[in-house]
Design a protein around this ligand. Structure first.
Ligand code: XMP
Length: 211
């Protein structure tokens, strides 16, 4: 079954906790990014840890190896279970995130190609393929690939094999859940759920139509 991952890009701590709690029965993980963490601090992890779901830190870490290591240590010490990092900074920097993740018993995912229109300016022409290859060589647990371009997911699957592919871009960005769910291990959905009149009902609906 393809996982359903809630992208919790809300700015209000109580609302975020409320939405996550109501959706919890229908989702497999919660992804937290800069919007929520910058609004609430890393202690938001304490509010979400009671859900009993994996918490993914989407900080798209992209610095030198030492700084990546420091960021990753802070992420896992705060209680996150996984981290998303960029690969374009090079294998040494990406590997720093992977090593810290694994030392903490967690996971690290490398962005191979992004879902927004502008991503084609830089990720196409072989770059995404190189990033997926880098993810494999760094022993990352998987990659992030765009739900908005299923053909690209299929191409990147050829490179990463059985590794996990998590895919944002369903719903608000135009990606079709039914199509993408057949290709990936997890779909990441934000606005379609948390902006719905009844987020829990929408999460339940999406959880039923994923494969
Ligand atoms: P929406 O509201 O569009 O939220 O459903 C999508 C979530 O996923 C993040 N996002 C990405 N993360 N690579 C990533 O690592 C991507 O290509 C990508 N596209 C979207 C976005 O920040 C939001 O949290």
């Amino acid at each position: 079954m393809t996982e359903l991952i809630l992208a919790l890009d809300l700015l209000d701590r109580k609302q975020a906790a409320r939405v996550a709690e109501s959706c919890a029965p229908f989702i497999d993980a919660v992804k937290v990014g800069y919007p929520l963490v910058l609004a609430t601090g890393l202690s938001i992890v304490d509010d979400l840890s009671g859900l009993g779901l994996p918490l993914i830190a989407d900080f798209k870490v992209a610095d030198i190896p030492n700084t990546n290591r420091l960021i990753s240590e802070a992420v896992f010490s705060a209680g996150f279970d996984a981290i998303i990092a960029h690969g374009f900074v090079g294998a040494d920097a990406a590997r720093a995130c992977v090593e810290v993740a694994h030392n903490h018993g967690g996971a690290a995912y490398i962005v191979a190609e992004m879902s927004h229109p502008g991503a084609t300016e830089f990720f196409h022409g072989g770059v995404a393929e190189r990033l997926a290859t880098l993810a494999v060589s760094c022993r990352a647990d998987g990659i992030i690939a765009p739900a908005t371009r299923p053909d690209r997911i299929s191409r990147l699957r050829e490179i990463v094999g059985e590794k996990t592919i998590y895919s944002p871009g369903v719903g608000a960005q135009g990606g079709d859940l039914d199509t993408v769910a057949r290709l990936v291990d997890g779909v990441i959905v934000g606005r379609s759920i948390y902006e719905a009149e009844d987020p829990a009902a929408e999460a339940e609906r999406l959880s039923r139509i994923r494969r």
